[in-house]
Design a binder for this molecule. Structure first.
Ligand code: ATP
Ligand code: MG
Ligand code: MG
Ligand code: MG
Length: 433
């Protein structure tokens, strides 16, 4: 007899197997017990029929408590009524670890309660589905950038300077000097691009976001590709190809998880169709003004969540908004060739209210311009000498972008809050568990 995972049940129909499981829920009558089981690979039902098992086993099935771990032995059957499609008719139950009274019961719980029990909440079916999709998106990210000829370049998490100003920066000590937790690996990725052509960083980033929103984590994972000899237009093509690849990978490999979440697959399929629309920031402002819904919107300001939602929903597709005002973007973006009030950049806004999932730009190449920008941003040029070196020794046009993994997971899973897109979210008021 073979020990299998639930997910492999389809290959063992009518065979007798053994599976290590936890009990998630149960219901029983005098003659039959239905055990809802999970093993980390999937969820399915075990059926224990009183007349077919020993008295001892039936008693165990009736008394076993939620989250008890056990080995069940039995025969796999097709089960057309469940969306998993298979169940196990149990002959034997061997208890591995008893469970105390489990705090997360099948009834509804409030968010704070669930967040306090995040270490246990992860076991639930929806959280399982989200983590499966997150995992697939990580896997697909490596596949995509590998196939496009990128190498992964790890950027440091402890840094001596702050690329994007200091308000959202986490400060720490580094022996006898100051250090900061990385907000972005980009500047290092630029060094990587000058060394190896096409690179991507993929690591945790930290931002002391002081406002509570459904889209901001304090600690999140970012994928930051950077490409040498590349202008912005070509970078946008890679961005949309990558996003469509992520959506397609989830459609291809996460059908079970999408079904658990009730995510509309037809809607997702639309997001695999390229190209995504491109509009300028100027046009975006015009659209918002013409809508009548944003009477206060003014050229020169960054968009908030309602504006981003309106713009992407207007196209029912992710949309690139290009060439934002220079004053609201970081110092390293390339100035527009014919206008001095905007930079060569784009944000990719996701529909359905998920907002910015990518921010990217072509990078400024002139060291004198960059030095002036660094000073104007109130940063210390000495901290950026190494970065200016990249422009002094064979500078080339180059572009890059950053995609927030959890933003993209929240969008693709259709969840309403980013806190469920990462195993242990760090939020303004939460660093436990
Ligand atoms: P936002 O405007 O939403 O605050 P941003 O413009 O500050 O985002 P960037 O610095 O451009 O963000 O970072 C690149 C990407 O990282 C964003 O497009 C987004 O997907 C993601 N991101 C940024 N901040 C957060 C955060 N606090 N939590 C999760 N993801 C984030
Ligand atoms: Mg921000
Ligand atoms: Mg932004
Ligand atoms: Mg941005």
């Amino acid at each position: 007899m073979q020990t299998i995972s639930i997910i492999d049940a389809k290959n063992h129909v009518d065979e007798k197997v053994k599976i290590g499981v936890w009990l998630t829920n149960k219901r029983s009558s005098g003659k039959i017990a239905f055990l809802q089981l999970r093993d980390g690979s999937a969820f399915f039902q075990g059926v224990v029929v009183k007349n077919n098992v020993s008295e001892e086993v039936f008693k165990r099935a009736k008394e076993v408590k939620q989250e008890t771990s056990m080995y069940v032995t039995g025969t796999i059957h097709e089960d057309a009524r469940s969306h998993f499609g298979y169940e196990i008719e149990i002959e034997d139950i061997e208890i591995v670890g008893e469970s105390e009274n489990y705090p997360i019961t099948p009834k509804e719980h409030g968010t704070d309660f669930l967040m306090d029990h995040r270490h246990l909440w992860l076991r639930s079916k929806r959280q399982f589905a989200i983590m499966q999709i997150r995992n697939e998106m990580i896997r697909a990210t490596y596949e995509f950038f590998n196939q496009e000829g990128f190498i992964k370049l790890d950027s440091p998490i402890l840094t001596g300077s702050a690329p994007e100003g200091t308000t959202e920066l986490f400060h720490t000590e580094y022996f006898d000097r100051d250090a900061y937790l990385s907000q972005s690996g980009q500047l290092y990725a630029e060094a990587g691009a000058m060394a190896y052509g096409k690179v991507f960083t993929f690591g945790p980033t930290f931002r002391a976001e002081k406002s509570k929103t459904r889209r901001h984590l304090i600690e999140f994972w970012m994928i930051e590709p950077e490409m040498a000899f590349m202008h912005q237009e070509e970078s946008l093509e890679i961005q949309e190809k990558y996003v469509a690849f992520l959506v397609q990978a989830v459609l291809d490999n996460c059908d079970y998880a999408l079904t658990i979440l009730g995510r509309d697959k037809e809607v997702l399929k639309e997001y695999t169709k390229l190209p995504y629309p491109r509009i300028s920031y100027d046009e975006a402002i015009k659209l918002l003004q013409e809508s009548g819904e944003f009477p206060d919107v003014k050229w020169g300001e960054d968009f908030g969540s309602p504006e981003e939602t309106y713009l992407a929903n207007h196209f029912s597709k992710p949309v690139f908004v290009m060439n934002y005002p220079k004053a609201i973007k970081p110092f390293y973006m390339k100035p527009h060739p014919t206008r001095d009030d905007v930079v060569v950049c784009a944000d990719l806004l996701a529909p359905e209210g998920y907002g910015e999932i990518i921010g990217g730009s072509e990078r400024a190449v002139d060291p004198a311009y960059l030095e002036a920008q660094i000073k104007q941003a109130g940063l210390d040029v000495a901290d950026y000498e190494w970065y200016l070196d990249l422009r002094r020794f064979g500078s080339v046009p180059h572009s890059g972008f950053g995609l927030g993994l959890e933003r993209a997971v929240t969008w693709i899973t259709g969840e309403s809050h980013i806190r469920e897109a990462i195993p242990f979210p760090r939020l303004l008021n939460r660093i436990y568990p």
